[in-house]
Design a binder for this molecule. Structure first.
Ligand code: SAM
Length: 213
């Protein structure tokens, strides 16, 4: 088992830790960065699930921009999927398609979603973001899968993303680097305009350059 196998194990480990914690909140322990010197002021459920404040932001972004179609890559245990679905429920329309390629993690997410009462807003898929096909225009795209493939993932879905829509790339801190660099590269290529939110793990909010008229 190479690097890829080790990565899966880490996800399973965090999944078990999350089960044991039973939804208790911890102070964020991602390391301090120049843009976010006090990560401990944020909260988290576990190191894979987005920071609680980012989850709140996702829900508010959904109620603020009223997307018809949200696509998320990397469901993990479905927590961010559920927060987005809560926003959709409040709006009274829309749906989220979320993909998780690890079958063990996917099974856990499916269980959690089934128990949530929000299942009607969610289409959970056990496939890779690099293979998933989605029909229609994507109004909100949340890229939260494996960090090295984020650039490829955003480029793959870009033609389908509403020019007035929003693209989010999680894990874009200066420490994690790779996603931040991917976002800046997409911007340098003239594809998107980006704003970097100084959160512990970093969050890029972007829009297709085409939409900035
Ligand atoms: C950071 S976690 C997602 C956290 C989740 N969005 C949340 O905030 O609750 C990343 C997940 O992406 C999954 N993943 C990695 N590469 C993927 C790919 N190409 N397609 C779909 N899922 C992928 C991993 O198995 C992992 O569960």
């Amino acid at each position: 088992m190479g690097w890829f196998g080790k990565k899966l194990k880490q996800e399973h480990k965090v999944m078990r830790q999350a089960e044991q914690a039973g939804g208790a909140l911890l102070p964020e322990y991602h390391r301090a960065t120049p843009e976010c010197p006090h990560p401990e002021r944020w909260s988290m459920y576990d190191s894979m699930t987005a920071e609680v404040e980012v989850l709140e932001f996702l829900r508010t972004l959904v109620t603020t921009t009223k997307p018809e179609l949200v696509v998320e890559t990397g469901s993990f245990l479905g927590v961010s999927t559920l927060w987005i679905a809560e926003g959709l429920k409040r709006n009274g329309f829309g749906r989220i398609i979320s993909c998780e390629f690890d079958p063990v993690v996917f099974a856990q997410a499916r269980e959690k979603i089934a128990a949530s009462g929000l299942g009607e807003w969610i289409e959970l898929r056990n496939e890779s973001s690099l293979e998933m096909n989605v029909e229609g225009t994507i109004d909100l795209f949340f890229s939260d899968s494996d960090m090295p493939i984020r650039e490829q993932e955003v480029k793959r879905f870009l033609p389908q993303i509403n020019p007035q829509g929003i693209i989010l790339m999680h894990d874009a801190s200066s420490h994690l680097k790779i996603v931040r660099e991917a976002a800046l590269k997409l911007e340098a290529e003239g594809l998107v305009s980006v704003v970097m939110l100084p959160t512990p793990r970093g969050l890029v909010v972007a829009q297709r350059r085409q939409g900035r008229r």
